[in-house]
Design a protein around this ligand. Structure first.
Ligand code: ADP
Ligand code: MG
Length: 611
């Protein structure tokens, strides 16, 4: 059904200019909407998806327009060659600007883009060879397939061809390995970094991508108008593009919806307002401002999701539209060599973490061997999660040494640690709720296949992509979530979300797995299944470090235990030893935590546990 609507839309778009009855004004308006949609598409990726705000897209449109205007008039270049020049200049400028501002936190990018937009506007207006505020006129039309696109009805086709191709490419990009990383940007938090995603570089990538789309729009604009002047590239247009992107939201179709709505509205306001209240002032900005508040209040993800869900109601299509079957078979990804059982994998030597005056981890030492499950237990606030964060590089250690298979982890960023084969879950679940379960887990396999941005956008590297998704599905089946592959991750129960995190960590093919309270929120039977999976992993030679409050679970599963309290190591030994340890019994069972018991009705006197 949706496909039929799409085809109808394309047919209407195709015949509109060909039919002589279509008013000239419509064509012009549609051309402007197409040009804006290109810019907005980039902004949707940058702001809607990536969470980065740019006020300066109009300046990139200006670069595209002015480069071609100057090179084709003063130097007689072909417009196509001038397009290439414009794209190169934009690439360099956006890369430098992005690399500088994106490494700084939050608001530097918006501020940087405002400054950049303002300064470029005045530069266009003051440079003699760019015609100052008069601009450049007499630009030739584009020649395309032997046709001179002189008329609005002719260039219309080129504009919309470029818009649709860009939408297709952007959609492909989002539906791929780099796309999953881009969609993880907004969550911040460093979760993606701990699966090896280089967040900073993906930020620069989407900034450059959106700038290139804006440049393309400027090039088309210059050859449609056949003249350029600085005003359409000023800051107020930059803000208008951002309005359109906010209205458009987070989906590629939002680019057309956002630009179409705002430009139509702007035209209506400019027509109607002067008739109602006797004024020629620019009231549309006031109306847009109110609209913006409403959108941010009631439609955070833009208006497209509202339209598409209304549409789904009308046609009776709802959930489960996507294929409910597993992704197709694909060759297995290469696996890391696991160390032999019994080999020393992790060595924590007097690791210390201070938060101001608080010593959260107080010179903790322990070792973990290959094929061993070690439990780290202790009351809330004992410093267990902080210890995890030291091992995975989320937090820098104050002092001490952490070694993993001969590498020093304590001076390494978490991205590098992930590359060595350390996978983890989080005590407070960190997943991307609007992405499918399958995609969330595939993010864990980020480092296991290389798919670049360009091949992803052009959809020419599907083999690696298929292998990544297949691996994700395999891990989900392994942990018992095989029925939920295409469910939105946010819809799962909390216990299932924890299990999802385990599948995500497994998709990274780790040597060492760190699980922070994996059984919390699980029912008894689910806990047993989880214990079965972990036991199987141990048999395969994986090393597991486990933080868990369910003592029955811990005592039955682990080979070795470290007990922490107030950041300090209280005791260490086998489960049986720990249960007899007078210090532990005193500190731990002395009534601090009534809910923590070594013995439970299911397995009375578990002394000996498993081993
Ligand atoms: P556990 O996981 O054993 O419950 P945590 O490692 O989360 O304990 O916390 C240990 C101590 O460190 C607590 O007192 C906690 O308040 C403190 N702490 C943890 N993270 C931070 C942080 N980022 N900044 C300041 N204090 C922290
Ligand atoms: Mg914790």
């Amino acid at each position: 059904m949706n496909r039929i609507i799409l085809i109808l839309f394309l047919i209407v778009m195709l015949v509109l200019p060909a039919w002589s009855g279509t008013p000239e004004f419509w064509i012009t308006q549609l051309n402007y909407i197409g040009l804006a949609a290109l810019v907005v598409l980039g902004l949707i990726l940058l702001t809607g998806v990536g969470g980065l705000t740019s006020f300066g897209q109009a300046a990139f449109v200006g670069i595209g327009a002015y480069t071609t205007a100057y090179l084709t008039t003063a130097s007689g270049w072909s417009p196509w060659l001038a397009l290439l020049a414009g794209l190169v200049i934009t690439f360099v400028v956006a890369y430098v600007l992005g690399a500088i501002t994106l490494r700084l936190s939050g608001h530097y990018l918006p501020l940087g883009t405002i400054a950049w937009c303002l300064s470029l506007y005045y530069l266009f207006g003051n440079l003699e060879f760019l015609g100052q505020y008069d601009g450049i006129a007499g630009i030739q039309p584009i020649n395309f397939l032997g046709l001179s696109l002189r008329d609005g009805r002719d260039i219309y086709y080129l504009i919309w061809l470029v818009v649709l191709l860009s939408m297709w490419a952007t959609r492909n990009l989002l539906d791929s390995r780099p796309g999953r990383a881009i969609r993880a940007l907004r969550s911040g938090g460093g979760m993606a970094e701990s699966f090896g995603v280089n967040m900073a570089s993906y930020k620069v990538i989407i900034f450059v991508y959106s700038a290139l789309l804006a440049c393309l729009s400027g090039w088309l604009y210059a050859h449609m108008q056949r003249a350029v002047s600085p005003s359409p590239f000023g800051l107020n247009y930059g803000i208008e593009y951002l309005f359109m992107a906010v209205v458009g939201g987070t989906s590629v179709w939002g680019a057309i919806v956002g630009s179409g709505l705002i430009l139509t509205l702007k035209d209506q306001i400019q027509n109607v307002l002067p008739k109602v209240i006797d004024t020629t002032a620019n009231f549309e900005l006031v109306v847009f401002g109110i609209l913006m508040i409403l959108v941010l209040q009631y439609a955070r993800d833009g208006v497209w999701p509202i339209i598409s869900s209304k549409w789904a109601d009308i046609t009776g299509q709802s959930k489960g539209r996507r294929a409910a079957s597993a992704p197709p078979e694909a060759p297995a990804l290469p696996q890391r060599q696991r160390p032999e059982a019994g080999k020393l994998v992790l060595e924590v030597d007097a690791a210390r973490k201070e938060f101001g005056g608080l010593v959260a981890v107080n010179d903790i030492s322990f070792t973990l061997k290959a094929g061993e499950i070690m439990g780290l237990i202790g009351p809330n606030g004992a410093g267990k999660s902080t210890t995890f964060n030291l091992i995975t590089g989320v937090l820098p250690a104050t002092s001490g040494k952490i070694s993993f298979l001969g590498h020093r982890l304590d001076k390494m960023p978490s991205r590098e640690i992930a590359k060595l084969g350390v996978g983890r879950t989080f005590q407070h679940v960190q997943l991307l709720p609007t992405m499918t379960v399958l995609e969330n887990v595939a993010l864990g396999a980020h480092l296991r296949g290389e798919v670049g941005v360009v091949p992803a956008a052009l959809r020419i590297e599907r083999r690696t992509e298929a292998a990544l998704l297949h691996e994700a599905a395999k891990q989900l089946q392994r942990v018992g979530l095989g029925d939920y592959l295409y469910e939105q991750a946010g819809n799962l129960a909390l216990g299932q979300q924890r299990i999802l995190e385990i599948a995500r960590a497994l998709a990274a093919d780790p040597v060492l797995l760190l699980l922070d309270e994996p059984a919390a929120g699980l029912r008894y039977k689910e806990k047993q299944e989880l214990a079965g999976v972990l036991d199987q992993l141990r048999k395969e030679g994986m090393s597991i470090l486990l933080v868990e409050h369910d003592m029955d679970f811990v005592m039955n599963l682990t080979d070795h235990l470290v007990v922490m309290d107030f950041g300090t190591k209280l005791a260490e030994g086998t489960p049986a030893e720990i249960q007899q340890n007078p210090v532990v019994l005193e500190a731990y069972l002395g009534g601090i935590d009534d809910d923590i018991e070594f013995e439970t009705p299911e397995t009375p006197a578990t002394a000996g546990g498993t081993a």
